[in-house]
Design a protein around this ligand. Sequence first.
Ligand code: GLA
Length: 389
Amino acid sequence: MLRKPFLVIVLGAMVACGGSNKTDTPPTAPPPPEKKATVSSAAFGELPNGSAVTIYTLTNTNGVEVRTIPYGAILVSVRVPDKAGKVDDVVLGFDRLDGYLGAHPYFGAIVGRYGNRIAKGSFTLDGQTYSLATNNGPNALHGGLKGFDKKMWTAELVDHEGNVGVIYRGESPDGEEGYPGNVKVQVTYTLTRNNELSVEYEASTDKATPVNLTQHSYFNLAGEGRGDILGHRLTIDADRFTPVDATLIPTGDQVAVENTPFDFRRATPIGARIDADDEQLHHGGGYDHNWVLNRDRDGLIHAARLEEPASGRTLDVSTTEPGLQFYAGNFLDGTIKGKSGHVYAKRSGLCLETQHFPDSPNHAGFPSTILRPGERFRSKTVFTFGVTK
Ligand code: GLA
């Protein structure tokens, strides 16, 4: 008597279940795997000393993919969709590590300890004069003969709620390239679900030293290897720029862009005035100047916007820095063969280098680049990729 009702209940439940499966809900296919941001590693080659170099690939769920290596903390590729959804690599560079180990103009690299120029490779700090290698005519450029762009960094991968990234860390010993102080540096690349590639810099030192770090990617929003950047439309949120002498060292003045070819306050094709008969443009062989960003508050501000009309791709740059070096790739001369054998001709890529002003250690009137013991250097730049409507 006790068992019977139990059996009935169980059978009844089974029948009801089977019946409902057959009639109401057809068997469903397993749900598609949830799309996720990813970060992965692969071998990319070896340094001459035998150290293995890994390449890290960051992807988000919108089809953006960023690849980076710890050598030079270089951004090797940045693949983004155009307005029709077609994905292209929008930065100049190489397919293989060998290209990055050879001579090249800082493709994709983090530049330091002092990005940009220091006049005659000399500055005086707290009464002591320091001498740097002069690797750019009479001046020091981009951290010296072996700057941060040629440093092997350690890497830590980050994967946090749809944001993926790599934290690179490195040390620059006291006296390296003539600079004082043991400096510890950290650079974090993060690709977000909103198609932002953020670059966050931190540094500390045990002796006062100038520090000016920047990212030296060459962008071509039509896709690398697809002609020059003269048709790109550029906006720079700056009322003033810092004019230079013939060796690209600032005179110390901050001059209004109004009525000059340096006025990019409204979107203007880069090619519209680049070859104008203008003394400043002659000095740079085109645009290779620092703009003084309009800053009404601390923190991240919009600095520049780039648009490529045919692909519809856009790039917005925001930064905590006071300046933006817009370099139009004037020194590219077709001698470098990059990805897929593409020849990188004059102005086939452009750099938007957020930074402090060039030669700041020699200009008391410029915002200071001196980092002192006990202070923490922090700087952030965000590159946001999009498309026009
Ligand atoms: C910087 C400089 C340019 C040039 C490039 C590298 O952006 O401002 O003058 O030296 O780096 O070729």
